[in-house]
Structure formats: C-alpha cells, structure tokens
Design a protein around this ligand. Structure first.
Ligand SMILES: Nc1ncnc2c1ncn2[C@@H]1O[C@H](COP(=O)(O)OP(=O)(O)O)[C@@H](O)[C@H]1O
Ligand SMILES: [Mg+2]
Length: 208
C-alpha cells in the first residue's frame, strides 16, 4: 500500500474497496500518552470521524463516502477524493476555493456540526474545478453554539493569514460571503463579530 500522508495523528494509505479507489486512515498509537487513554482517544476519534463525515454528507456537504470502519483498530476506509489539498493552491483559484470552503462551513454549521480543524489542508480540491471536499472530521462536534462556530472560522482565518497571506483579503471576503449565503446574513454577522472578539482577546493576551 502506498503511503499518501503521515500526519500528526494518522497515516493515510492509498487503497481500494470493492474495486473502487479508497484511502485507509489509521490512527497510530502515541507513545507519550498513557496506553489505555491513548487507545480510548483513537477509538473515539475514529468513531466520531466516520459518524460526522456521514452527517456532513447528509447535510449536503461534499465529503467522502465511508466504506468501512474498524474502531478497534482505529481505522477507516473511505472514498479516495481525486485532487490535491486546497492548501497547495494560490491566487484566484485559492480565492474561488475559499468560497467553496465557506459554503461548506456554513452548511456544516447550519446542520449543527463544528468541523474542529477547519484548515485549507482539510479540503481536497478536485482537478476539474468542482466543489472542494471536506475531510478530517476527527475533532468535529455536534454543536449549534455561535461561539463554537466562531472557533472554526477563527482557525480558518488564521490559516489564511499565515499560509496564504497574499490572498488573505480576497479569500476571506469570498469565504464569508458564501458562509453567509448558507447560514443567513444576520447569523454570519454575529459569528464574524465573535471571531473579531476572539482575535482581539488573543492580541491582548500576547501583549500582557
Ligand atoms: N478521502 C480522501 N481522499 C483523498 N485524500 C485524502 C482523503 N483523506 C485524507 N486524504 C489526504 O491525506 C491527508 C491527511 O488526511 P487527514 O484526514 O487530513 O488526516 P490528518 O489528521 O493526518 O491531518 C489529507 O491532507 C489529504 O491529502
Ligand atoms: Mg488533516
């Protein structure tokens, strides 16, 4: 099996399921964590990821089909989404992708799902230019709280500001306008206000 990615949490291999292109995501044991606690965390995140990907799909958000889950081995087999992570794009394509990511985030939030790790690396952009596909739901949560949704958006904005500085302004505007079209203008304004408040607190804390 070809190793596609070795992340902080898990290894992702290219695989096949019933003749269809698939990936196998396996969460590796973390040596520094107590073994029993570690096993519990890996199982919990694996189960959560599989469940939340399916919920996201039901809400209409482009996400992989989950083919098989083995919680005991903390592994998931899911549809291989063709393309490359949105984080590898720049310029007008990144701005366009930001709109798609904003729409996806809005649809998730409207369905009461916080992604938990909303970064440009956690969307796969298809080669032909179709909608970006959301992945990596291991830290997601069921919540309708505006404060939780703001945490998602603040992380996304931070990633734009560090990894995509040149596109920052245009990409964030595009992200927010599509987010607003999914959750409504009033709600989007409220969440954006909370994002600014979190950022202001962060700046204050770093000065002190
Ligand atoms: N369903 C998928 N289709 C295509 N590529 C994927 C898929 N899932 C993961 N990947 C690739 O593997 C990388 C790591 O997977 P991810 O779920 O984000 O795990 P991690 O917790 O390591 O970030 C992704 O950035 C992406 O490049
Ligand atoms: Mg990831």
């Amino acid at each position: 099996m070809r190793l596609l990615s070795r992340g902080a949490e898990g290894d992702v291999y290219e695989s096949a399921w019933d003749g269809r292109p698939a990936i196998l995501k396996v969460r590796r044991p973390k040596e520094y964590r107590d073994a029993a606690l570690d096993a519990r965390i890996r199982k919990q995140r694996t189960a959560r990821e599989a469940r939340m990907i399916q919920r996201a799909k039901s809400a209409g958000v482009p996400a992989p089909i989950v083919y098989f889950v083995d919680v005991g081995r903390s592994s998931i087999v899911m549809q291989l989404m063709p393309g490359r992570p949105a984080s590898l794009f720049s310029g007008s394509r990144l701005v366009e992708l930001s709109g798609q990511m904003g729409r996806a985030a809005g649809m998730l939030h409207a369905a009461g799902i916080m992604h938990g790790d909303l970064t440009t690396a956690n969307f796969v952009a298809p080669p032909g230019g179709g909608p970006a596909c959301a992945i990596d739901f291991g830290l997601s949560a069921s919540t309708g709280k505006p404060e939780d949704h703001a945490v998602d958006l603040r992380l996304f904005r931070e990633v734009l500001g560090s990894a995509h500085v040149e596109e920052m302004g245009g990409a964030w505007d595009k992200f927010m306008s599509e987010y607003a079209s999914a959750v409504g203008g009033r709600r989007a304004g409220r969440i954006a206000g909370l994002v600014s408040a979190i950022e202001a607190r962060g700046r204050y804390a770093s000065v002190v």
